[in-house]
Design a protein around this ligand. Sequence first.
Ligand SMILES: C[S@@+](CC[C@H](N)C(=O)[O-])C[C@H]1O[C@@H](n2cnc3c(N)ncnc32)[C@H](O)[C@@H]1O
Length: 270
Amino acid sequence: MSMASKESEDIKEYWNQRALAANKSPTATTDDVFLRELEIKTFVKKIGEMNLKEDSVVVDVGCGDGYSTLRIAAMFPCLKFVGIDYSDEMINTARRRLAEAAIAENQIVEFQVGDATTLSDIVPTNSANVVMTDRCLINLASPEAQYDAIEQISRILCKNGCYLAIENFIEGQNELNRTRAAIGLNEIPVRWHNLFFHEDEFLTRAKSYFKRVEIDNFSSAYYYATRVIYSKECQLNGTKPDYHHPIHQLAVDLPSIGSCSPIKLAVLVK
Ligand SMILES: C[S@@+](CC[C@H](N)C(=O)[O-])C[C@H]1O[C@@H](n2cnc3c(N)ncnc32)[C@H](O)[C@@H]1O
C-alpha cells in the first residue's frame, strides 16, 4: 500500500472511530458544536436565497452522522436531500438519526455510503441542484484529489446548479495565527488529517469548472471571539478552553468581519 493510500485509510478509520465514540451525540464530526450551528445557519441562508423548485435535489457530500443534513432538510420540506459519506459508521448513525428526525412525512432524505473521490460514479450527471460539502474535501490526501472531487461535483450539478463549499483555507489560518501571536497565544497547527486549500489556487482551478466562484469569510468573527479573545482569557486565568463556554453560542450571531478564520464558504455556480 502506498503512503498516500495508507494515510487515506487512516483518515477514514479516524472518522469511523469518531462516529462509534460519539454514538448519537452531536460531536462525531466536530467538538466545536456552536461552529456547526453557524455552518448550518449559513447553509440554510444560502439555500433559502436560491428559491429552488419543489423536488430539487441537494447532495451533502461528506455528510458525516447526518446531523447537519437533517437540520437543514427540516428547513426545506419540499426539497430532496441525499447525504453521502465514505464512513460506514457515520452513515449508520445518520440512518438512525433519520429514523427519529422531525422531517416532513413525504420528504425524501437518504443516506448512502460513497466516496467523494468517485462521486460521479454514484450520483448521475446533471442531477443535483445543490451540492454541499462541510469540512469534507480537506480530508483528501492531495490537491489533485481535492480538485478532481470539485470537478466531479460540477459534473453532477445541473446547469446553474450551485456548489456550497465550507472548507478550510490556509490564508485564514495564517491570519488567525498572526492575530493570536500579537497577544502572546500559541500557533494553532493544521491537524494531521487535514489539507487546507490555498485561496488563489482554489479560485483559479475552480473557475475551470464553474462560471462564478466567490469566497465568504462567514466565520471570521466567530473565530476572533473564540480563538483570540476567549483563548486569551483562558490563558490569563490558567483555564482550559471549553467549547461549551457561552461565548461560542454568542459568537454564532456576530456579523462577520475580517478574514481571521480558516473556515470559509465558497459559492460556486455552474
Ligand atoms: C469534519 S467531518 C464533517 C461532517 C459533516 N459535513 C458535518 O459538518 O458535520 C468530515 C466528514 O467527511 C467525511 N469524508 C472524508 N473524506 C471523505 C471522502 N473521500 N468521501 C466521503 N466522505 C468523506 C468523513 O467521514 C467525515 O464524516
